[in-house]
Design a protein around this ligand. Structure first.
Ligand SMILES: [Zn+2]
Length: 289
């Protein structure tokens, strides 16, 4: 009786251990899977993508943290969660670093990654461009017909490209409601000069993140993006284009949930993949009291 109880306990412990300890992969193997999903040559030339921090001591990658931005709050979370690899959509290292001190938050993050042996990978515009990536995710807020990149990849539109354009059949009010449901947050709306919420929307142009330069002058009934400057919004409205602004990272972050499942399939369950709970857009809408 005692023996069989002991055996049961041993089995339970074994099961729990095997559940919480994925077998892991090498860093280079995970990086190669990440690059299979979105090859780095899809990224813009000015961007800084790929493996940004490779710690000196090699260790098995068992836990991967996905985040839109690697802020200090997210870095703390990564350490507390015993993360082996952070995938940060925006590159935390962009401008070249001349020193790594404790005076600047980005330098502190780099120093913590190195001290804790945490690797860092950033896909940024490779994820924007790739079919099935961030722009396709944002576009899928609305029914899309004939979706194309606004600037197709020089190798062909099947390789994706910058932004997306498609046709749909909704009123502006319906489009706003669908985008809000899709991102789970409120948005800002700037009406085209002859538009109201009942205006039919046919041509839509989408750019996750900062859409001002890509969308400038594009002929559409509706732009959906994260942010545009005041003057870019006025120019759009005067060409009779309404603009939905989600706030920069709110137009990107939801893709992480889609990607979590995709990466889990690609790694065949060998790594635990979590999404940051501390990552959020810095802008909040305050209701007037
Ligand atoms: Zn962005």
């Amino acid at each position: 009786m005692i023996l069989s109880l002991l055996n049961t306990t041993a089995l339970l412990v074994f099961k729990r251990t095997s559940f919480t300890m994925p077998r892991g992969r090498t860093l280079l193997n995970v990086v190669s899977e990440l690059e299979k999903f979105a090859p780095l040559n899809l990224a813009e030339k000015w961007d800084n993508v790929g493996l940004l921090i490779e710690p000196p001591k090699e260790r098995s990658i068992r836990k991967i943290l996905l985040t839109n931005d690697l802020t200090e709050r997210v870095m703390k979370e990564a350490v507390e969660q015993a993360t082996d690899l952070i995938v940060s959509y925006h590159p935390p290292i962009f401008a070249p670093l001349k020193r790594i001190t404790q005076k600047n938050w980005k330098e502190r993050i780099v120093s913590i990654c190195l001290a804790e042996g945490i690797a860092l990978y950033s896909p940024h515009t490779a994820w924007d461009a790739v079919p099935g990536g961030v722009n396709d995710w944002l576009s899928s807020a609305l029914p899309c017909i004939d979706m194309q990149p606004i600037q197709p990849n020089p190798l062909g539109a099947e390789f994706g490209g910058a932004g997306r354009t498609f046709t749909t059949s909704l009123t502006l009010g319906q489009a706003v409601a669908r985008v809000q449901r899709h991102i789970g947050l409120n948005v800002h709306l700037a009406l085209g000069v002859n538009h109201d919420l009942d205006t039919p929307i046919t041509v839509v142009a989408v750019c996750a993140g900062s859409g001002g330069s890509l969308l400038k002058g594009y002929e559409a009934d509706l732009f959906i993006t994260g942010e545009m400057s005041h003057h870019e919004v006025l120019d759009a409205n005067h060409q009779n284009t309404s603009v939905i602004l989600c706030n920069h990272s709110n137009s990107e972050r939801g893709f992480l949930h889609k990607f979590q499942n995709k990466l889990d399939d690609m790694l065949k369950g060998d790594c635990e993949i979590i999404i940051s709970e501390k990552d959020e857009d810095p802008l909040k809408t305050q209701v007037k009291s």
